[in-house]
Design a protein around this ligand. Structure first.
Ligand code: MD3
Ligand code: FE
Length: 211
């Protein structure tokens, strides 16, 4: 069965194979640079003391549970979000929603870059730290993952499960913006060979509404 554009829930649009292989490679190379210290990749420690299994580097604003700051975990300023990445976010919103005006107003000021090794998972959660109601743009690179999209009330069933493959775009806006979501597992060894990547990288672009 071909993988086609699908509105998985109201406002949640999956666009398979949006990023060409060369583009995936360029973004991955950039992510490797962003990951280096200072203000590089780290495993976030939650308030209860538990360490998240994913590794994260933020651009623009730093996500420190459960708020955004301008300073990274190592006390150094968070890296800037490059203009080309914000532009890519506008293109993504335009493609997903076919709404040029909404897309033109989309000016993401946060990128959250998550790295998943074969054991990493992300539990069901909401993203509520952003004040802006603007959509979240998600770009997947590397290993395929199982992505779970639930409701807005709680983290329980029913949920939809979607395979996110390298190059896929997903945009979460409207009634899906506050939906619970998570990544219960990745599929080791499924990354395209040309990426030379073991694991999965996900980049989300967001508008903070902060100043
Ligand atoms: C649906 N990241 O960083 S991207 C996160 O694949 C996060 O690394 C996952 O959840 C990942 O917070 C999922 C898809 C995603 C991101 C944000 C959302 C889905 C969303 C916000 C609202 C609803
Ligand atoms: Fe999230």
């Amino acid at each position: 069965l071909p993988r086609a554009r699908a509105e998985v829930a109201p406002g949640a649009v999956h666009v398979p194979d949006w990023l060409a292989p060369a583009r995936q490679r360029e973004i991955l190379d950039a992510a490797r640079e962003w990951s280096r210290p200072p203000a590089g990749m780290r495993q976030t420690v939650l308030s209860g003391g538990r360490k998240m299994s994913i590794r994260t580097v933020c651009l623009g604003w730093y996500w420190s549970p459960y708020r955004y700051t301008r300073v990274s975990h190592d006390g150094t300023p968070v890296k800037a979000l490059p203009a080309w990445l914000a532009e890519l976010g506008r293109d993504a919103v335009a493609v997903a929603y076919g709404a040029p005006k909404l897309a033109a107003a989309y000016e993401p000021d946060i990128a959250v870059v998550n790295y998943y090794d074969h054991a990493a998972r992300l539990g069901m959660h909401q993203d509520k730290e952003e004040i802006s109601p603007a959509p979240v743009v998600s770009l997947s690179i590397g290993d395929t993952c199982v992505f779970r999209l639930g409701g807005t009330e709680n983290r329980n069933r029913p949920w939809a499960e979607v395979l996110l493959e390298s190059g896929d775009l997903f945009v979460f806006g409207g009634r899906s913006r506050l939906a619970f979501h998570g990544v219960p597992r990745t599929l080791p060894g499924t990354a395209p060979g040309h990426l030379d990547l073991s694991g999965r990288v996900n980049i989300t672009l967001r508008m903070s509404g902060l100043s």
